[in-house]
Ligand binder design. Structure first.
Ligand code: FAD
Length: 778
């Protein structure tokens, strides 16, 4: 059994110790520089509000487990949560949040003002338009929860030391061997960093840059408020949020606690941190919050702020925690940037991960190795972390790109895309055209379906025209941001076969779609493997984690290189794609010589390319990739020759619509590691095997939804939407949704919860477009 040292006895360190010992691990030492368990870390200062609702499914599940566990430990006040709206856009947002909660299995209801006022003595029905009530939200008594989990861990053999500072991480040959403390060295096979805001300092000892920034956040308490007088318990009423003013509230007997995110971000450099996660209350930053509080709650008008702190906790570039093993030092793990709200759920996932069990929740999105190189630089991290502090309660559209730093990563085609009036959104730092303004004339004579106001943001009818023209003529799609990984060298084939569901028996020139698996045979990602030579492959993957996974497991003779940034890729798709490309090359691109799901090296014009005959949009054509230096030449060559074929450039909005018409799944969105390929509709189950309990199902409807909406049948929530778009060829709205198998028969009617409405949707046979694959195989 490996010896584990956990650094930090805040709520996260204690929770992981508990979950690990519950799984039979006993050789665990937990160290904290402060006294146990009021260590001075963030946990010591948090008011412990737990609002479970989150757009992210894994986060909501982490939170739900926290409620369940801390309730069982007697460290949770189940008072409910009430999020208040004082403006129409905020009321609409509460309906959207109600949808997320429902999608992830959390009971939630939007209440009218009178119902809100009945739930809480401070709420004034004249000030609010409504509220989102989640009965299972409440207050975690964080120090009690930490102590209770530590006690359970101790009982099973874990050892806790307070007043013991970790000064260094001992290592040998790229492996952790222990920690150096203020009281001598402790040997360890695994070191888990749960040091909260001090995490980056510890991580640096392990040679790792942890993308996290400690930010000061204000928490103040009033004097006694008559409307709360006579409270028999510390907290009797729901915890409150007023996101429109960046505020949250809880009571402590007859006093009101006010949390404020409304001030300018106040980052603290890790080297400036003391031993306490607190700094002096900056009154001037609280003025607006106090004004808003007294407006919202007239009963608080005459109260005073009695005490306040600027407490420190962690923010990350994408708002998610940092979990898992480090890339830099074997045996060094982190569980960082975790709220009280998610602490038990994160700890359970960590323990499962560290002991190699089946994870109950989907922790991959929180994997600390998910960031690209540029996302780990200090300037980027600080800018994004501060922005996430500002946006913590904002209404964020699912397509809303980061505003700054932009542009950051651009493909070689960027100048041409700009010249065509590209309207850019952003993904992993890449500028990506959503549609092109110069395509506006395509609208002439076309009727493009107009979505509702919310779905029409970051959208233009031009995207619909681009989608239609792709099916009529030929279009260029910039696919540069998609992960391309080169895998080559002696044993490359056997290596890839061992990492995926593919057998790779087909020789050079083949393309195989398959699943990448982890050590336990669970699906990590879906990939396409193009075999360019005997031992030479180009892998199309989803993210940096995929590249990392391959690199980590490659035998010595196999080279794995993430070539995404050094190369570029164009999708040339549409019925005229062959007429366009063939005259540009001496290689044979005919239907007989270059069949569907084949690949080869070729020269197009003067540009050496790797050509894959695949298409995410379901049309004839190729993905052509080349080195970045030749990118412009490739674009110009295709563009010029394409003029006589009516070529256009198409954006991501058109792309997404086309891919859903063809039923192509997006890993991470439509399915994740918690799903298997059979239920996701990517593989056939064994003949006579059990039918899956749920299925990713194609729905059609008369409107456009966005994804993550709940699906109801007979009034009850039964599943949730993953991806959605308008199908501009089929003339219908499309939504893919996870549904229980009995509801997946074509013709079944369900309802999609969209803001405050229920939209009827019908289960439909898929794919919706070209089921005979005539277009692709043409
Ligand atoms: P910590 O509790 O900070 O624990 C880290 C531990 O590591 C510390 O005890 C520290 O002493 C120890 N340590 C650091 N360096 C070393 C070293 N070199 N050697 C040994 N030990 C070391 N979250 C919510 O969910 N709901 C809320 O309502 C909420 N409100 C908040 C309000 C405020 C004012 C603050 C400050 C935070 C709030 N949070 C809230 C966030 C929450 O408190 C934190 O996210 C959470 O407590 C982090 O827990 P942790 O165990 O990771 O960190």
């Amino acid at each position: 059994e490996p010896r584990v040292v956990i650094i930090g006895a805040g709520i996260v360190g204690c929770a992981v110790a508990d979950e690990l010992t519950a799984r039979g691990r006993t050789r665990i030492t937990v160290l904290d520089q402060g006294p146990l368990f009021e260590t001075g870390g963030s946990t010591s200062h948090a008011p412990g509000l737990v609002f479970q609702t989150n757009p992210n499914k894994a986060m909501a599940e982490f939170a739900s487990y926290t409620v369940e566990k801390y309730s069982a430990l007697g460290a949770f006040d189940l008072v409910g949560g009430l999020e208040l709206a004082a403006a129409p856009d905020r009321l609409a947002e509460l309906h959207r949040r109600q949808g997320w909660a429902t999608s992830w299995g959390i009971e939630a209801r939007v209440l009218d003002p009178a119902e809100c006022a009945r739930l809480h003595p401070l709420v004034d029905a004249d000030r609010v338009l409504g509220g989102l009530h989640v009965p299972s939200d409440g207050i975690a008594r964080a120090l009690d929860a930490a102590a209770a989990q530590a006690a359970a861990a101790r009982e099973r053999g874990a050892v806790f030391h307070g007043g013991r500072e970790v000064l260094d991480i001992a290592q040998q040959g790229g492996r952790v061997t222990g920690v150096v403390t203020s009281d001598g060295q402790i040997p360890a096979d695994i070191v888990l960093c749960c040091a909260g805001i001090w995490g980056p300092k510890i991580a640096r000892m392990a040679g790792m840059a942890l993308p996290l920034t400690p930010l000061a956040h204000q928490l103040a308490w009033t004097n006694p408020i008559p409307a709360l007088a006579g409270a028999a318990t510390e907290a009797a009423h729901p915890i409150l949020r007023h996101q429109g003013a960046d505020l949250y509230f809880r009571e402590r007997f007859d006093r009101l606690g006010i949390g404020n995110y409304g001030h300018e971000p106040l980052p603290v450099r890790p080297e400036d941190l003391g031993e306490n996660a607190i700094s002096a209350f900056t009154e001037e930053d609280f003025a607006e919050a106090w004004h808003e509080t007294r407006w919202l709650f007239p009963a608080v008008k005459d109260a005073k702020v009695e005490e306040g702190i600027n407490g420190l906790f962690s923010f990350t570039p994408d708002g998610l925690p940092l979990m898992g093993p480090s890339r830099e030092l074997e045996g060094f793990w982190v569980a960082e940037a975790v709220w009280i709200t998610h602490s038990a759920g994160v700890a359970r996932a960590m323990a499962e991960w560290m002991t190699g069990e089946e994870p109950v929740t989907q922790a991959r999105e929180c994997d600390v190795r998910r960031f690209e190189e540029h996302q780990r630089g200090p300037a980027y991290v600080r800018a994004r972390d501060c922005q996430n502090y500002v946006e913590v309660y904002d209404v964020l559209h699912p397509l809303q790109p980061m505003e700054d730093p932009r542009p950051l990563r651009t493909s070689p085609f960027y100048p041409r895309e700009q010249a065509l009036g590209g309207v850019f959104l952003e993904a992993m730092g890449w500028e990506r055209p959503q549609w092109y303004a110069s395509n506006a004339p395509l609208l002439q004579g076309r009727e493009i379906h107009e979505p509702g106001e919310w779905a029409a943001r970051y959208w233009s009818p031009i995207a619909g025209a681009e989608a239609q023209v792709t099916r009529e003529r030929v279009a260029l799609y910039d696919m540069t941001s998609l992960k391309r990984i080169e895998v080559s060298g002696r044993g490359a084939r056997d290596f890839l076969a061992s990492m995926t569901t593919a057998r790779l028996e087909r020789g050079p020139g083949s393309v195989t779609y398959c699943m990448m698996l982890d050590e336990h045979g669970r699906v990590l990602s879906d990939i396409t493997v193009a075999r360019l030579g005997e031992e030479e492959f180009q892998v199309g993957a989803n993210n940096v984690l995929d590249a990392d996974h391959l690199a980590r497991h490659a035998p010595e003779t196999v080279v794995v290189r993430d070539i995404t940034a050094g190369t570029c890729c164009i999708g040339v798709w549409g019925p005229r794609a062959r007429e366009l490309v063939q005259p540009l090359t001496e290689d044979d691109f005919s239907g007989e010589a270059f069949r569907y799901f084949r690949c080869r090296r070729a020269v197009v014009g003067m540009v050496p390319v790797t050509a894959l005959r695949v298409s995410y949009v379901g049309e004839l054509g190729w993905e052509l990739s080349t080195t970045a230096d030749m990118g412009l030449k490739l674009w110009d060559t295709l563009w010029e020759a394409g003029q006589e074929h009516g070529i256009i450039a198409g954006g991501r909005a058109a792309f997404n619509s086309l891919r859903l018409e063809k039923g192509y799944r997006l890993f991470g969105t439509d399915m994740t590691s918690e799903h298997d390929p059979v239920e996701a509709g990517l593989a056939k189950g064994p003949a006579g095997g059990p039918a899956p309990a749920r299925r990713l199902t194609c729905l059609t409807l008369d409107e456009v939804v966005m994804g993550k909406e709940p699906v109801y049948a007979g009034g009850d929530p039964v599943g949730y939407v993953t991806s959605a778009a308008w199908g501009h060829t089929i003339g219908k709205g499309i939504a893919y949704a996870w549904l229980p198998s009995p509801l997946t028969a074509p013709g079944t009617t369900v309802q999609i919860g969209y803001f405050d409405r229920r939209i009827p949707a019908v289960v439909t046979e898929e794919p919706l477009f070209d089921p005979g694959m005539e277009r692709l195989r043409g």
